[in-house]
Design a protein around this ligand. Sequence first.
Ligand code: ZN
Ligand code: ZN
Length: 363
Amino acid sequence: MPAHHEARRRRLATALSEAELDAVLVTHLLNVRYLSGFTGSAGALLVFAGGDAVIATDRRYEIQVVQESPDVEAIISREENDVLTQRARERGAARLGFEDLHISVADWSKLSELEASVDAQWHPVLDRLDGLRRVKDEVEIKALRRACQISNDALEAVYTRIQPGVTELDVARWIDDALRDGTPEGPGFDTIVAAGEWGAVPHHQPSGYVIAAGDFVTIDFGAKVDGYHADMARTLLVGGEPNEWQKTLYDLVQTAQAAGLDALSPTASPQEVDRAARQPIEDAGMGEYFSHGLGHGVGLQIHEAPFLGASSTDKLDVGVPVTVEPGIYVPGQGGVRIEDTVVVHEDHVERLTTFTRDLLTVG
Ligand code: ZN
Ligand code: ZN
């Protein structure tokens, strides 16, 4: 494991040199984890332009930090930013980067005070650190594959239990239990179950609504493995045959998703991919009901770069996992969403969530 963290710190070191920084103070805990392996709830990491690093955390994590980050010197202190800034100055580092996207006003005010007392200058690193996480290494893709497999298995285990008379909350609980059976981290985010008219609310929280025959039920969920998030969604039909509007919506979303997946490649722009999926829905006059972007990157965060949307300026690449999740939401009627997590490779797109995309009738 440490070899991967060291490789990531070397990539950061290159970015630091390009920005003419001597070191960077990493305060965002996800970035601390990404660069060192440390998973505690308090701590900061100082990475030098040479790629070596020092971590600071408090006494609660004295044992854990040595286990998780054996190749990084650990300092035990509650004043993480202070001790690491002092350490930077002892090493002669004067041009210091800080995570302007992830720091509170209070912490920034303390760092500013240090600037004068230790004679260093702070420089914002902008999105350089988060940008490092866009392309995933093999260890990360392996964790995502596993998280997606567990998610897929959870839906396979649960979907036949959905029938008229059960509630959205029942379905959410079954999914969450199945995810916990698969991974100690369980669900990576709050499971969405939206049935009947609630299907028109993309992020509806599961309620006591009793599912009836003829309802569409959208389930959006994902397991977490080693901090990495799976994300998938399916819409199922409960009981009987789909009526006309249900058939139309489902076919359109399925067509849109296939178009989005086809458009994905390492060199495609996220705007183009979004456009490819949106076109068939707009052509059918339902563009206004597809009210969100086509997808997003997944990793240590459930939503992270690159974002697939009409105004996205992000980039795809080899080794970038993204979701492809078109949806149509008609107020007063219901909705359909089909979402998969995939990885963009050099010459193909690998689907990590493989549950059927054809309309399934249950109950
Ligand atoms: Zn989702
Ligand atoms: Zn998603």
